[in-house]
Design a protein around this ligand. Structure first.
Ligand code: ADP
Length: 503
């Protein structure tokens, strides 16, 4: 079935990005918006726009029935959920279809299977996909946990089955701490996710986070579109991504790609999805989870493969078979993304909202900026504080890094603090440049003092500063509690509730 009109159940940069492809395909667009977004570029871009309600997402972007009603009233045949909000909500996917509309994404059943870390592991276990060593399912008591630890040794990670967005994980280093930590993990999981189910996993010491993009049509064809390296994270949340990864051999890439395709098959997947793996120092990879939606960092894959992922999602939703095979896909050059957040890297990456007094985007060869803001606009407190995604493409990794630094220098943002300076620090860092880094990059190398030194110190001074910050971070690590995620507690609970689980 041909889609002629599409409702985008999202806001900001991703709503705009989806509508742009729809427009190219001759599909009319319907935007839905909350009061604070009434004058946003995505609302103006749409052919039609309908108000949802006040700013909090519980009164706007999460209102399933209202969104479905608007789709029907405007004559839209399909709904694209973007990422965050309702994108991984199985009930919503179900309701959309029950109302005779097309949900641009997987089936509700696939979302459910992959939405719970344990049912995901269960589904995948029947296929040839390596899993992190650990308990076979939920651990209900200490004996079951001890049994799993017998196989993994310490340190271990206790994870909440329903956890997400880097939350609900505890690392335990020593046997004598285990019982107490497990009790804490269960009660935390119960209060945060309404599901006290936890499991135990081997803690991988110096992991890299590498994920594979897949596309599956409804005729049984599944392909992978190679990897994205997402190891530079703060608070277990990605901030810089690139494709390809600096360390994957063609052989490993093909192995991980096949594993990702198997994961997709394990849940009868349809649409665009991402299979996340953890990658250890010995270059073993293990399945972490599958995100059943379009990913924030999808543009780096679009740059290196030349495939418009949103266009493919729409074709798949229309029931068309994929128009290319695995052999047709090739990696062209190198692409890097920096998420430009309204956050203060000088203050624990805390959100820094306010008015964009000055806002000028970089331009020129190989630069793509996906944003949803204009000069003079407010960065609202209610949603994820991402201002834009700065994405570059060049022939080689080093040329892409140089291009990224040039683009950062060109970007002008005043009125709020951003992660631009932080990005400049990372892209100038010898460890990032060499490709030799893991998910502890920020903890190991970053401190506000280092930030102040970029460009003003000679290399020796910078190296000395880095050494001090490493010593400091390992001291702090020893002092701090045994939670993996050094979570920043926002003072505004509203903020926390409205941030989608974006990854
Ligand atoms: P979430 O659903 O919260 O994103 P994930 O399971 O995807 O949880 O893990 C998030 C991050 O936590 C990973 O990117 C990685 O940095 C870290 N992590 C997860 N599992 C392990 C593990 N077994 N060992 C070490 N680090 C891990």
């Amino acid at each position: 079935m041909e889609i002629k009109k599409l409702l985008v159940a999202n806001r900001g940069e991703i709503a705009l990005r989806i509508m742009r492809t729809a427009k190219e395909m001759g599909i009319a667009t319907v935007a839905v918006y909350s009061d604070v977004d009434a004058h946003s570029p995505f609302v103006r871009f749409a052919d039609e726009a309908v108000r949802l309600g006040p700013a909090p997402s519980s009164q706007s972007y999460l209102l399933m029935d209202l969104i479905i009603e608007i789709a029907k009233n405007t004559g839209a045949e399909a709904i694209h959920p973007g990422y965050g909000f309702l994108s991984e909500n199985a009930e919503f996917a179900e309701k959309v279809e029950q109302n005779g509309l097309i949900f641009i994404g997987p089936t509700a059943a696939a979302i459910r299977t992959m939405g719970d870390k344990l049912s995901a592991k269960e589904a995948v276990s029947h296929f040839d996909v390596p899993l992190v060593p650990g308990s076979a399912g939920a651990v209900k008591n200490l004996e079951e946990a001890q049994e799993a630890i017998g196989r993994t040794g310490f340190p271990v990670l206790i994870k909440a089955a329903a956890g997400g967005g880097g939350k609900g994980m505890r690392i335990v280093e020593r046997a004598e701490d285990f019982e107490e930590q497990m009790q804490l993990a269960v009660s935390e999981a119960q209060s945060a996710f309404g599901n006290g189910s936890v499991f135990v996993e081997k803690y991988v010491g110096s992991p890299r986070h590498i994920e594979i993009q897949i596309l599956a049509d409804s005729h049984g064809n599944v392909v992978h579109l190679f990897e994205r390296e997402c190891s530079v994270q703060r608070r277990h949340q990605k901030v810089i991504e690139e494709a390809p990864s600096a360390i994957l051999s063609d052989e490993l890439r093909a192995e991980m790609g096949s594993a990702a395709v198997a994961v997709a098959r394990s849940c009868g997947y349809r649409g665009a999805g991402t299979v996340e793996f953890i990658f250890d120092e010995q270059h073993n990879f293990f399945f972490l989870e599958m995100n059943t939606r379009l990913q924030v960092e999808h543009p780096v894959t679009e740059f290196v493969t030349g495939v418009d992922l949103v266009r493919e999602m729409i074709y798949i939703a229309e029931g068309k078979p994929l128009s290319f095979s695995q052999e047709d896909l090739k990696i062209q050059g190198h692409s890097i993304e920096l998420r430009v957040y309204a956050e203060s890297p000088r203050n624990n990456f805390l959100p820094d909202i306010g008015t964009l007094k000055e806002y000028r985007r970089p331009d020129g060869p190989g630069v793509r900026v996906d944003d949803g803001f204009e000069e003079g606009m407010e960065v609202p407190i209610y949603y994820d504080p991402m201002i834009s995604k700065l994405v570059v493409h060049a022939q080689t990794r080093s040329a892409a890094i140089e291009r990224m630094i040039r683009a950062i220098d060109e970007y002008r943002i005043a009125g709020v603090e951003t992660t631009l300076d932080f990005g400049r620090f990372v892209f100038n860092h010898p460890s990032f440049k060499s490709g030799n880094f893991d998910t502890h990059f920020v903890k190991n190398y970053f401190s506000p003092e280092v930030l102040d030194s970029i460009g003003t110190q000679d290399e020796e001074e910078v190296a000395a500063l880095i050494a001090v910050s490493i010593a400091e971070s390992s001291r702090n690590q020893n002092k701090s509690s045994s939670t993996v995620s050094n979570e920043v507690k926002y003072s505004r609970s509203e903020w926390k509730r409205n941030r989608g689980a974006l990854s």
